[in-house]
Design a protein. Structure first.
Length: 188
């Protein structure tokens, strides 16, 4: 029997855990997707967002920042009618704002990947937690990331959201030590 992290349930949760969570991610478009989805999660569970991920992709042009940054009020109003996503005006407007900020960072650094990974020293921090309850919700790095992102104009980027993003993007390996993915991800 395969041992996974304590939080993993069947179905979409398990697939996400087994194939994406904690794997070092360096593709700008995918980093952008997880950055936006992290903001959408604020105050909600991750599974709530995972279940709506395809709807978010459809509503937001497959997370194309070049298209999203051009959305106008009418586009936002149209998206807010989509019952398959979380219909929170501030979160939807943050997608547009964060697309603009994302492109500014990309222009400055060449790649968003260079900027965001630079905030964590360009390498994954491998933790050795025994249970999900041992894992913090913030870290010094996530607090610094939050401050820097907010300074650049990003919204919905608190330290907890940033830490969850770091977990998703493989900036930290928070698979518990008994999880089969802990060693696998550690080798990537």
């Amino acid at each position: 029997m395969v041992t996974r992290c304590d939080w993993v349930k069947e179905g979409i949760h398990q697939k996400y855990h087994d194939t994406e969570w904690g794997v070092p991610l360096h593709r700008d478009r995918k980093l952008f997707e997880f950055l936006l989805l992290g903001g959408a999660q604020a105050g909600l569970s991750w599974i709530t967002i995972l279940k709506r991920r395809d709807a978010y992709r459809k509503a937001f042009d497959n997370f194309d920042p070049e298209k999203i940054c051009k959305y106008k009020k009418g586009d936002v109003n149209s998206i807010l009618k989509d019952e398959e996503i979380i219909r929170n005006r501030k979160k939807v407007e943050s997608f547009v704002n964060n697309a603009k900020r994302f492109l500014e960072v990309k222009d400055e650094f060449g790649k968003f990947d260079s900027y965001i990974w630079g905030l964590v020293g360009c390498k994954t921090k491998v933790n050795k937690f025994k249970t999900w309850n041992d894992i913090p919700t913030v870290s010094r790095e996530s607090e610094e990331m939050s401050v820097d992102l907010k300074k650049r104009g990003f919204t919905f980027m608190g330290p907890t959201i940033c830490y969850a993003f770091m977990q998703t993007a493989g900036m930290v390996n928070d698979h518990i030590v008994t999880c089969y993915r802990h060693k696998q991800v550690g080798k990537i």
